[in-house]
Design a protein around this ligand. Structure first.
Ligand SMILES: C[S@@+](CC[C@H](N)C(=O)[O-])C[C@H]1O[C@@H](n2cnc3c(N)ncnc32)[C@H](O)[C@@H]1O
Length: 272
């Protein structure tokens, strides 16, 4: 089971905002206003919504009226989303487990969105979601905008000899079950692209790396601790060497850099 704190989601949000590919974001917004949409404000269903970062990324500017259905199993995060946006946006909060895909509250959606979610899910989840969205397209066209899927690449400066073994151990941990069966981890982007294409959708992809430097020291420190806790006890990683790596990384958190690879995907109904 995953647990994401408001503090961690807040810490990463600025880096997420900078990382998102702006062309795909614009294309997603165009899809919401384009051909085939109903006369009323389009409905966006955000899966794994947390405190509403996708709403802020897509709808925060208020350029167009969007109705939001935020879905998450964490009631505290959804209450925070409602506290932040309930007065300015049409927001429906649904506390639900996402894993039974057929039960997802997608009815009426013009766009399904997710940020930093699909590396947690399994290949079976993606396959089922592609089928469900394909079926839904028979009633009314629906797209999917899935941003910030971790791609397995992390590059630190200055370098340290343990960077590569730590990354390999971290990427192995990323594949473990996060509540949906074996997680896709770094394979999320390629698997989504293949499965949605197979289901007949058009898929657009772009890279969206976190590029972290001096202004991100708080986030980098939390990232170092998160990585260390994920890899602690991994076979082949000596605990003393890992402590040295953590110390070295914290010592350079304010002056070094860290680049973490992600991909964004926009999935739209095929023309056929
Ligand atoms: C990495 S956080 C991303 C949150 C938000 N989209 C953002 O970008 O700030 C993943 C989110 O998925 C939610 N989540 C994880 N597993 C879930 C599940 N099985 N059912 C519902 N929500 C889940 C978590 O509670 C968390 O809010």
């Amino acid at each position: 089971m995953s647990g994401f704190s408001i503090d961690w989601l807040d810490l990463r949000e600025d880096a997420d905002r900078r990382a998102r590919d702006s062309s795909l974001r614009e294309q997603a917004l165009q899809w919401l206003t384009g051909e085939g949409r109903s006369a009323s404000a389009p409905l966006v269903v955000d899966l794994g919504a947390g405190t509403g970062s996708t709403l802020r990324a897509l709808g925060g500017s208020g350029q167009q009226r969007l109705n939001w259905r935020l879905v998450d199993h964490d009631q505290t995060l959804l209450e925070e989303a409602r506290r932040r946006h309930g007065a300015t946006h049409v927001v429906e909060a649904c506390v639900a487990d996402l894993s039974p895909v057929e039960a997802l509250p997608l009815a009426g959606a013009r766009l399904v969105t997710a940020s930093a979610l699909f590396d947690l899910v399994s290949s079976g989840f993606v396959e089922s979601l592609a089928t469900v969205l394909k079926d839904q397209c028979r009633q009314s066209p629906v797209g999917l905008y899935a941003a910030l899927n971790y791609d397995g690449a992390t590059l630190w400066t200055p370098p340290h000899p343990l960077d590569e073994p730590v990354l390999q151990a971290f990427n192995r941990d990323q594949r473990t079950d996060k509540g949906f069966g074996p997680a896709l981890g770094p394979q999320a982007g390629p698997v989504m692209e293949a499965q949605f294409r197979r289901a007949g959708f058009e898929v657009y992809t772009a890279v969206s790396p976190w590029v972290l430097g001096a202004t991100d020291q708080g986030m980098v420190s939390a990232l170092i601790d998160g990585i260390a806790s994920a890899v602690a006890g991994s076979s082949g990683l000596d605990s003393g060497a890992l402590r040295d790596w953590v110390r070295f990384r914290h010592d350079h958190a304010a002056t070094g850099t860290c680049t973490v690879g992600h991909t964004d995907l926009l999935v739209l109904p095929g023309r056929g």
